[in-house]
Ligand binder design. Structure first.
Ligand SMILES: *Cc1c(COP(=O)(O)O)cnc(C)c1O
Length: 362
């Protein structure tokens, strides 16, 4: 049997139709493509972290319930006691777990443009996926269209990223509440960018049985640890615990995240710097001829470039040593759009210089 016959006879057709999630090689480049925090830790904090790691028994399996870290996360996020929390190997894993628990006939709904993993993981599991276009001018939810789609498709899960990736805006709170009320299924508010936004649905958990709030430490400054979490009613979270792998949060992540989150002041300071730089970057982008930057409540900015120039600009910026994200290939509302993560002031200046030069040359 040839390899391609083997593949086509063994694997599900959904899997064969997919392509793997590709991450660009950033070697030698200023990395402004993946919403990472650009800052590291002062030496004394690093030293204390290594001290904490020393006591980690690597010969033993991790605490399967990650009890200490879960308690820390509940406390720091002020998640009331009556709600349970599930930790994941990144919030990506939580999205996967939730979708794995659905019946094969279930459907999933999210606005478009949105976070790619909702669609990628739904399709890979053979679930029906409905992408409802955002409003063109504001990137806000098209509330009537969302309600209509929910009524028609009765999705088991609606994902709403708040703020949204890749557009950076916060959807209207009234529309979100309307969607939660209208949904027979679960509504996941994905707050991956909560540290950079002054808005959250954590305090609304008690108001709706079908509401889940998901967060991650990745964008805050701990992307390398792979840790996300989701909060909701115990009966719902319990189902996810049943299908997760027993030791999904490794010991080094448990110890490191608990240590890092106890240094909240450091992250607060870094987050403030990033938000201040976001304001500077927004101004500088909009001051450039032919560029429209969209308002952002996250640690990145989506911006529109002159028609049919996005690919060339992206390549030219990269040739000058700065890696951002080219969104234009997705078309629709993202046509001609690029996305830049907020870096250090020096990195941002290098990016603006590269973009300015690329625009002049185009
Ligand atoms: C980055 C991102 C995630 C994934 O976060 P991880 O915890 O790193 O897996 C989830 N949702 C949104 C909207 C994101 O932008």
């Amino acid at each position: 049997m040839t390899q391609s016959n083997l593949v086509s006879s063994i694997f599900r057709k959904e899997v064969q139709a997919m392509s793997a999630y590709k991450v660009a090689d950033a070697t030698g480049l200023i990395k402004l493509d993946a919403m990472e925090n650009p800052y590291s830790w002062p030496e004394d904090i690093k030293k204390n972290w290594l001290e904490a790691l020393k006591s980690c028994p690597l010969n033993r399996y991790p605490d399967p319930e990650a009890r200490q870290l879960t308690a820390t996360i509940k406390r720091l996020n002020q998640i009331p006691d009556q709600f349970d929390v599930l930790l994941g190997n990144g919030s990506d894993e939580i999205i996967q777990l939730l979708l794995m628990a659905l019946p094969p006939s279930a459907s999933v709904l999210a606005p478009d443009p949105g976070f790619v993993m909702y669609k990628q993981l739904s399709l890979c599991l053979g679930l029906e996926y409905h992408a409802i276009p955002l409003l063109a001018d504001s990137f806000d939810l098209d509330f009537p269209a969302m309600l209509k789609a929910i009524k028609t498709h009765q999705p088991s899960v609606v994902f709403l990223a708040y703020p949204n990736n890749p557009t950076g805006n916060l959807f209207s709170e009234a529309s979100i509440r309307g969607i939660i009320k209208a949904s027979q299924g679960l509504v996941v508010i994905d707050e991956a960018y909560a540290p950079f936004a002054d808005a959250s649905f954590i305090n609304s958990l008690g108001q709706y049985d079908n509401l889940l709030v998901m967060r991650t430490v990745s964008k805050l400054g701990l992307a390398g640890l792979r840790l996300g979490y989701i909060a909701g009613l115990p009966g719902i979270i319990e189902q996810l615990h049943k299908i997760r792998l027993p030791y999904n949060i490794n010991s080094l992540t448990q110890i490191s995240a608990d240590f890092a989150l106890s240094n909240k002041a450091l992250f607060d300071q870094q987050t403030q710097q990033i938000c201040a730089e976001r304001a500077v970057m927004f101004e500088r982008l909009n001051a450039l001829n032919g560029i429209t930057a969209y308002p952002s409540a996250a640690n990145f900015i989506l911006f529109k470039t002159p028609e049919n120039k996005a690919n060339d600009l992206f390549i030219s910026i990269k040739q000058q040593g700065v890696l951002i994200k080219n969104m234009s290939g997705q078309g629709g509302l993202l046509a001609d759009c690029l996305r830049v993560t907020i870096g250090t002031p020096e990195e941002n200046t290098a990016f603006i210089a590269a973009l300015t030069k690329s625009l002049d040359a185009s």
